[in-house]
Design a protein around this ligand. Structure first.
Ligand SMILES: C=C(O[C@H]1C=CC=C(C(=O)O)[C@@H]1O)C(=O)O
Length: 438
């Protein structure tokens, strides 16, 4: 007999031994079977994995307000701009921020943590009707035998036409920048991959966790769209921890983390071109301008430093603010609205770059280059924290098909063919793990 996993009283947390606990895969499959959205994630440099299941078959569209939302997981599209509305800040400053209600929110109706160290998982569930349905379906899932794993065939489809279009559009962007229409734009492209069978998102998530310990790894299932988004992003957008420490970072400039002979490069010895230094400085400047808009001067800036992101290296500058010391508890929400989309995924000035992207990109970015992550989630009784990341190095799974997304930051010094190669390298972050079917 399986133990009773959930209490149907108010929200409870229970611990299980290794033999009786439901695995992330079993919880994920149960949610999938019942048509419930689910999000699985692992924070950078952490080992614990977390899962949320929402009992809303159609997810609510919400404003990304960290001060109002309950515990859950937020996923926002790139195109999240709304009409500008004046908002009064606690500091007394008045500024224009975008109030958009296009983020999808997975409320934590069920929350589970999987800790390798402690050898236990905690599962808690709120007491509303689908809880019983879920418990029943999970019991069945746990008694089912896992099917034998057969090697997966993964076929990237030809990109020749996409390459020609991309190179032409980069050329047009460079001309527009030389005419002074904007200073930076991030143009993206997609890459299609065909699988023999629908890939197992949880197995893929686990492989990404192992391959990229410093990335934010996630898998988000959105049944109403028939999509699962999987990513290994190196870019933090906004975090606010239980002690009120706010963090953001600027990330840009790209080169391979390996020498031509395959030996790893030492980050401290990485050489960066003027184009890349400027490209990253524009992202930092964008963040500082957001601080200026709300008249916040007490931020700590560290960098730029070379950081490793899987198969790539980037330049990154870190910004931190003690929201308690500056008496600005809503800083996370305010900065989120000001920052997105940063010039790491859109450009500078933002609106001109956004218009260029809308005019020339031939695909809908959907959730690529939006943001995602846990909101007001408490882990290990350490207090609630929010961790939102820029949704890059990601792909959309739809049955047997995956669409990978990658963009490159362009300035007037960009060479179109090199930018295409850069997007290919970015696609490799996920592709290498997909192709390595161990
Ligand atoms: C837009 C992407 O990366 C951004 C983050 C780091 C470096 C970037 C670059 O060098 O262009 C991009 O701004 C992407 O991976 O799709």
């Amino acid at each position: 007999m399986q133990s009773d996993y959930f209490s149907t009283a108010s929200s409870t947390t229970e611990s299980y031994t290794r033999t009786s606990k439901p695995s992330a895969g079993q919880l994920w499959e149960t949610a999938h079977q019942l048509g419930f959205p689910a999000a699985l994630w692992r924070l950078p440099n952490k080992r614990d994995k977390h899962l949320i299941v929402s009992f809303d078959e159609v997810l609510p569209r919400v404003s990304a307000d960290l001060d109002e939302l309950p515990a859950g997981f937020l996923i926002s599209p790139f195109d999240n701009l709304a009409s500008t509305a004046p908002t009064n800040m606690s500091s007394g400053a008045t500024t224009g921020t975008s109030i958009s209600t296009q983020s999808l929110f997975l409320r934590a109706d069920l929350q589970a943590s999987f800790s390798e160290r402690a050898g236990k998982s905690d599962v808690s569930i709120t007491a509303n009707a689908p809880a019983d349905t879920f418990r029943q379906a999970l019991r069945e899932q746990m008694t089912n035998k896992t099917p034998e794993k057969t090697p997966q065939t993964v076929t990237p489809l030809s990109d020749l036409e996409a390459q020609a279009t991309y190179v032409r559009n980069v050329g047009l962007a460079v001309e527009a920048m030389q005419r002074g229409e904007f200073r930076k734009v991030v143009l993206s492209r997609t890459k299609q991959v065909q699988f023999a069978d629908a890939p197992n998102a949880v197995a893929l998530f686990d492989k990404l966790c192992t391959a990229y310990p410093t990335a934010f790894i996630s898998a988000v299932s959105i049944p109403e769209r028939g999509q699962i988004w999987v990513s290994a992003t190196p870019e933090r957008l906004v975090s606010v921890d239980a002690a009120g420490l706010f963090r953001t970072a600027s990330l840009a400039g790209t080169q391979s983390a390996f020498e031509a002979d395959g030996t790893p490069k030492r980050p401290a010895e990485a050489m960066w071109s003027q184009k890349e230094i400027e490209e990253q400085a524009l992202v930092s400047r964008y963040i500082i301008e957001c601080f200026k808009k709300i008249r916040l001067r007490e931020y700590l800036e560290e960098g730029p430093k070379t950081v490793i992101a899987g198969n790539l290296m980037h330049l990154s500058t870190y910004f931190t603010v003690d929201t308690q010391a500056v008496r600005y508890p809503q800083l996370g929400t305010v900065m989120l609205r000001l920052l997105h989309p940063t010039s790491a995924v859109c450009g500078m000035p933002r609106d001109a770059a956004f218009n260029f992207i809308s005019q020339y990109e031939t695909h809908d970015r959907e959730f690529y280059s939006g943001f995602l992550g846990p909101v007001n989630v408490s882990v290990d009784n350490e207090g609630a924290e929010s961790d939102l990341f820029v949704h890059i190095r990601c792909m959309k799974l739809e049955g047997n098909k995956a669409t990978l997304y990658a963009g490159a930051g362009l300035t007037e010094d960009s060479v179109p063919e090199r930018e295409w190669v850069e997007t290919e390298m970015k696609c490799q972050t996920l592709l290498q793990v997909l192709m390595n079917d161990k």
